[in-house]
Design a protein around this ligand. Structure first.
Ligand code: G6P
Length: 363
């Protein structure tokens, strides 16, 4: 069964490996053979009236929301704000009449997110959707609509397949909404073909384990800190990638927008500081390259994760190409594996990191 570790040493590695199958399961659930996308029609009617979308989440789910913002804005042209549940629960926001709330939660039980949903229902009385891995969870029951992630049970505390499932379902929903609005970008986007490419691309990256394990050994084994940098969607993935490293390897890791380095962060770079650059967006690839040069010349130990079409012979991890909007689904896999091997090599219990719980039901 899905919740059995089998021959894997840790659930996390098993769950990383499952991601191509999860993407295919999501395709089977939400797409038919004609390429139609299936969500509850009442949901599509309601959400397409929204003048503003809010995406609410915590931890990794918040990071999936950051990617979601770019997907919803690209395919539906609806302004979208991503909020941390624990902040928004006690903020004093200005809620538009036509606001719609999307809750992202693997467990569907996170107290911080539920606290926001209580306000959405009681105080603001706005429509909502919960996207979750647990169909009968509290957040699924208390929202107006729910959609499932189809990721199967996620046991490791560090979330992996739920993050990629959240992005895939957000992409499907965004394209479905955009098609109904006859948004040209959405109408022309081959979501079926792209998700199939994504599943294959993820498989290629998980098959590169040996290479990633060596990179972890060479750069992360002894370090006290490490940085991920990127721009746009690559910045969003840098945040999730550094969270993975923090959670299970206890390396003090941060994700930075690469253009911000020069505005302060670069002061942290010393001889041997690991800096991992993510480059999958053609518009900003050259900029991030020159930001990597700046840290290299200050002694940083640079690792690059680059889409094959933007790569050169010195890059470390090559990522198979899918549409740029979906590259987070591919690049994050390499980061998940780097974190996994860093944790393993430093001798920690990968699945049960200290101080963390899988589902946090207190505020
Ligand atoms: C906990 C977990 C994180 C997770 C966060 C949000 O802190 O350790 O991995 O991202 O909760 O959980 P959710 O179930 O709402 O996605």
């Amino acid at each position: 069964a899905d919740a059995d570790k089998g021959t894997y040493p840790y659930y996390m590695l098993k769950e990383v490996d499952e991601q191509p199958a999860v993407i295919r399961r999501i395709e089977a659930k939400y797409l038919d053979h004609a390429g139609n996308i299936h969500f509850d029609q009442a949901l599509l009617d309601q959400i397409n009236q929204a003048s503003k979308l809010y995406i609410v989440g915590a931890g990794t789910s918040y990071h999936a929301g950051l990617v979601g913002k770019k997907l919803f804005e690209k395919f539906t042209k609806t302004p979208t704000e991503v909020v941390l549940a624990s902040e928004f629960a006690y903020d004093d926001p200005i809620i538009e009449d036509q606001a719609f709330f999307i809750f992202l939660s693997q467990s569907g039980e996170t107290a911080d997110s539920r606290q926001v949903l209580v306000r959405v229902n009681d105080e603001w009385q706005k429509p909502s959707l919960t996207i979750t891995n647990v169909a009968n969870s509290t957040l699924a029951r208390e929202a107006d609509f729910s959609a499932t992630l189809e990721a199967g049970p996620e046991i490791a505390v560090a979330s992996t397949k739920a993050y990629t499932a959240q992005i895939a379902v957000e992409a499907l929903l965004a394209v479905a909404m955009g098609r109904e609005k006859t948004n040209a970008t959405a109408v022309n986007f081959d979501i079926t073909g792209q998700l199939s490419k994504v599943a294959n691309a993820i498989q290629t990256v998980v098959d590169e384990k040996g290479k990633i394990e060596e990179l972890a050994l060479a750069t992360l084994r002894k370090t006290r800190n490490a940085f991920y940098i990127g721009r746009g969607l690559d910045y969003n993935v840098a945040l999730e990638s550094s969270l993975k490293l923090k959670e299970i390897s206890y390396i003090q890791a941060e994700g930075f927008a690469s253009g911000e380095l020069k505005h302060g962060t670069i002061a942290l770079i010393e001889d041997g500081t690991p800096v991992i650059g993510i480059i999958t967006q053609s518009k900003t690839a050259d900029h991030t390259r020159s930001n990597l040069q700046e840290v290299l010349s200050r002694g940083a130990n640079v690792i690059t994760m680059v889409s094959e079409d933007l790569a050169n012979s010195t890059d470390d991890i090559l990522l198979p190409v899918v549409d740029e909007m979906l590259m987070p689904l591919v690049s994050v896999i390499a980061a998940q594996l780097l974190a996994y091997y860093a944790s393993l090599q430093r001798g920690y219990n990968v699945d049960q990191p200290r101080n963390l719980a899988k589902s946090v039901t207190v505020e």
